[in-house]
Design a binder for this molecule. Sequence first.
Ligand code: SF4
Length: 539
Amino acid sequence: MSDSKVLVDKILDKYPAKVMKNRKSHMLIKDSSADSQEISANTRTVPGIITNRGCCYAGCKGVVIGPIVDMVHIVHGPVGCSYYAWGGTRRNKGKAREGGQNFLEYAFTTDMQESDIVFGGEKKLKAAIDEAVELFDPKAISISSTCPVGLIGGDDVHAVAKEKAKEHNRQILAFSCEGYKGVSQSAGHHIANNKLMTDVIGTNDAAVPEFSLNLLGEYNIGGDEWEIKRVLSKIGYNVVTTMTGNGALDEIANAHQADLSLVQCHRSINYIAEMIETKYGIPWIKVNFIGTIAFTKTLRDMAKYFDNEALTKRTEEVIAEELAEIEEEMTDIKEKLDGKTAVLFVGGSRAHHYQGLLREIGIETIVAGYEFGHRDDYEGRDVIPDIKIDADSRNIEEISVEKDPEKYSLRIPESKLEQLKAEMPVANYEGLIKEMKDGTLVIDDLNHVETEEIISILKPEFFGSGVKDKYMIQKMGVYSKQMHSYDYAGPYAGYKGAANFARDVAAGILTPAWSYIKAPWKTTPPMLTGKVEGVEKVC
Ligand code: SF4
């Protein structure tokens, strides 16, 4: 029996029958001889199981809205929720534009107390907006509602936003992203992105230079966006906006002027890429900035799309230059790590994106899964029409758009786009399962008890995880890196980023620290032994 099968049986054996049935549907062993393999995803976690997922508010404020540097982001709720999504504490990095503002280091909250829960918090919210305007005079403000606001049901954050936007003459965006909505942070991504689509994108018509791009679903973790942009601008590209790592409001408003959208995190933003294409005529391609092989392929796909001789030549020059700088180090690290194994349980894309880079340094991924992926993130976009819409998904507003009569323009002829579809992922994503080798395990919404079984049976050397599981993994003697924050290291994207990652992973795996992880009484003989009431005891 394969290790994956032993593992699945052992995990499922622990559960009561109903839970077993549920969890079984969230696991599959990759078998390329099967016609298709289906996995359950984006459904509620079984109550009582310690999930690693985040809440809807974490997806809205923590991921999508929070990284917009020149807005004041007010969290309407208790202070605890605000701390969790405070940009400066976790990962959001951003720089002020020339002469512009940057509020990412601040945490703004209405700090709701018991009396606000009983009598309502609108007054407090209005006062917070007035104070933010008086102290900081920001270009725009966001309001994110957390659980208590939805539970008391009395605070109309949208009405407050409308009233105060008029009074202060600036944009105020309100989000009903209470934590309990949906089944994970994915619901929050939708709520946030929908509003950026309806209220922001398309409102700044400033002209852009040629070869202009939107980087969609790139969150500048550890400075990734800066490293990607460095390489892109060396080639001759212009990034109109990044949604939303290191994002700026006017730049997002200008997204409809780009020539091409690049989708990094498929999960959090594929629907916006589609809407931008429908409304403004900008095609999108699925890209991967992680790993030298994936990044090189992405750059060549982009060059093919633009089909410009000088740009293609420059692309190849930059690829050669960048690879030459890191080749020796990557080879050296691969020799040290060859044959090691990894588990990746991250977000809605990273468990896929990092497999190639790990392979480049000799590490094979044997288990992978997503915290908040949907079936299409595992199985590819072809399954989207078959995905059943349940009550939790219905709870999240779906918007639709039409061709903008004034701003729509087809960037390249439809016949050319059709031709490119055969050569690159134009408006397509094949999903994580395709990347996995036969016999490896794909597992959705992994929990703590399953993590423990994976480690004790498969004994991986590397575990890419989130903050909730990192330390329990390390206490079991396995090196774990938070792939949502990079443990405050990075960047890991692009060529130089790949070398940074390789260096950090080698140091993490090869450190002698793991040999000291066992409790002293398990490794050192006892100093004293004695007998108590006739039974041998160790003191
Ligand atoms: S689940 Fe609710 S209370 Fe908890 S952090 Fe999210 S919004 Fe706040």
